[in-house]
Design a protein around this ligand. Sequence first.
Ligand code: NAG
Ligand code: NAG
Ligand code: NAG
Ligand code: NAG
Length: 752
Amino acid sequence: AGEVSFPNRGWVQCVYTLFTFSCPHILLYLLLCLIGCLLAHPQCLDYGPPFQPPFHLEFCSAYENFGCCDQERDNSIAAKYWDIMDYIDPREHKLCGTYIKDILCQECSPYAAHLYDAENPRTPLRNLPGLCFDYCSEFHSSCHSAISLLTSDRHIQECCETNKTRFCDLLHLHDEDYCFPNVLKNTALNHNLGSVVEDHKGCLQLCLTEVANGLRNPVLMVHANDHTHRMFIAEQVGVIWVYLPDGSRLEEPFLDIRSLVLATPWLGDERGFLGMAFHPKYKDNSKFYIYYSYMDKNRVEKIRISELKVLASDANKADPRSERNLLELEEPAANHNGGQLHFGVDGYMYLFTGDGGKAGDPFGTFGNAQNKSTFLGKVLRIDVDGRSSDGKPYRIPPDNPFVSDPKARPEVYAYGVRNMWRCAVDRGDPVTKKGRGRIFCGDVGQNRFEEVDVIVKGGNYGWRAKEGFECYDTRLCHNSSLDDILPIFAYGRSVGKSVTGGFVYRGCESPNLNGLYIFGDFMNGRLMALQEDEKRNKWQKQDICIGSTKTCAFPRMISSYSKFIISFAEDEAGELYFLSTSYPSAYAPHGSLYKFIDPARRAPPGKCKYKPIPVKTKSKRILFVPRAKTVLELLNEPSTTKPLKKTSTPTAATPAAASQKGKKTPSTKIKASTAKPAPSGKKRQKIKAEAKPHKPKQEEKVARLDRTTPASPLPKNKSSHLTRTKKLLPKKAALGKEKQERRKKGRLSSSS
Ligand SMILES: *[C@@H]1O[C@H](CO)[C@@H](O)[C@H](O)[C@H]1NC(C)=O
Ligand SMILES: *[C@@H]1O[C@H](CO)[C@@H](O)[C@H](O)[C@H]1NC(C)=O
Ligand SMILES: *[C@@H]1O[C@H](CO)[C@@H](O)[C@H](O)[C@H]1NC(C)=O
Ligand SMILES: *[C@@H]1O[C@H](CO)[C@@H](O)[C@H](O)[C@H]1NC(C)=O
């Protein structure tokens, strides 16, 4: 036991020295399990979730559908098995062979981390997996001579080869549910094993890692699709930062147009830098596009959409002098500025404008959104690669739906939009490509309903005739020519107040999430998922719960997030993120970027590997320093009874804590219907302010946030356990390589 070390756990040492057990493992294992057993979830010895091996497992075939071994690991376990079998009395081969195989294969169990006490990187691994008492006794009775072949731990060899009780006490797991072979029979543990975990209310249990922080109202994150895997994060004030694949940020911004962008520190001001997209052929033409608020010389507030280029001399710097204006729209009010900008799979640029602001779309006879001769309240589609004969700096795609309607702007692609805040293009199923090109949007509602729409060409999304599925303007609503497209999902005030559109997950690392549309609510921090039910042509909503200490006890996972969800994002590889802040003022540096992780299943090893093309960087790299506490840090805290209390300050909250706390934070007084990217709060406006301005008490918050926590413990070297198990092999069993090779083939079939 002397070799077992307990960092930061003086009390264990203390108890340990008090009891001079001749076999002190028992006590230690009991104590370890008391800690370890709090973290019941499928987990591998490398501290990650299990996976489906990409290839058939020859030896530990029980785990070939779901477990912790790939073919390579399986082969090395088989080799070890044959090494051991060389030393087993031929008369015991048949009986002991089965036990030895089962024991060796526990490394491949989806519960391997439980079986070896490896849930927590800070606890030492067991030499042998936890065995249930009956099974252990049978093994000991029949094959105790194999013990010294299975472990090199001299203590176990000495104390236990002849004493069954002591041996089986030693291999006893505090939580009987997890011992082998009971763990396989436990229906509670194995029900839906490998699927996304749902709590008793059906809430999907996902986890997050913190990827970036200290951002001022981060409105978006995009990538350039140039294989560099850089991430560009824009702040509402008009600054864009470059993040490298190693997690660091370049000190010099990609673009800083704060002097052009109209933004204020007023809590909830919706104006500012709002959208950005790289040209689909960015690699060849260095072009990208931006969407921002500004004030012209006559103090008229406008939206400007323009094209810029990246400097030829530095791929991490835009050339601010390259700006070419494409489109300007006058904004009659400060709220509802839209702001989404992206390219469709057709190569055209889609722009999503707001209805012009105020409340109830009061402009003109029937509002802007239903008026196809205005740019406001629309989805616009233009071709940035051409010019119009009438002098426009872009071309109208010839198949735009209203090109031949003299009363409509030819740019209009869809209408009846209130204030779509965040739309995304579905990449489609990674294999079948099904769903590719669909455009999903969150359209922020007025007083009653938030909606999620799938955009189709020429579609009327109903506003202001309708809000969600219901009539808003009764007269317009009952007009038979409305012919509107209903949302795929709408929710009322009991669920949230201001939708933030998300993405359909199409990444690689969390295969369970494929096809889920993940989005959220800006006001209460709620995260939700829509799953398509193709048979019934419906989308089913499920809530997403984040950071349960039970399911997210993996390294680097965090248990809380800042609750004002501003935007969702996809990286170049398709992994899903969101950006949120604890204080939605454009100048408050309280925004963070989080990445979603499914703790129930990961992709098989090697599947999601990519090699980013390196970019030359001229500016200094600022290393990422996490601020949120990880689940493991919380679990290791002395007062593990109240770990969540500590982080549910106004700066970060679990969803549950967030909704309770929400009432007290000043910003939730703001009415959300117009609230994008932050609830409107402009005092000087004539409109009935749908928000109450609130002066940020910055110092106080900053002080809280700057308390950085120590970096989470690194996962133990992936190979360390494997190295260790190798060492477990007694010297006499270590065979020459050729011998192993010879055996692998010849004998595998006879073993199972
Ligand atoms: C075997 O171990 C048990 C418990 O550790 C102990 O009580 C018992 O005396 C041991 N038996 C022998 C024969 O050493
Ligand atoms: C539609 O919008 C245009 C441009 O703003 C405006 O001139 C016109 O009066 C509006 N039509 C109606 C019916 O409100
Ligand atoms: C119904 O809508 C159409 C098209 O917007 C319009 O021309 C017509 O006047 C409306 N009818 C009524 C009764 O409002
Ligand atoms: C992991 O283990 C390998 C081999 O034992 C070693 O070379 C490497 O430095 C280790 N890495 C870390 C991060 O400990």
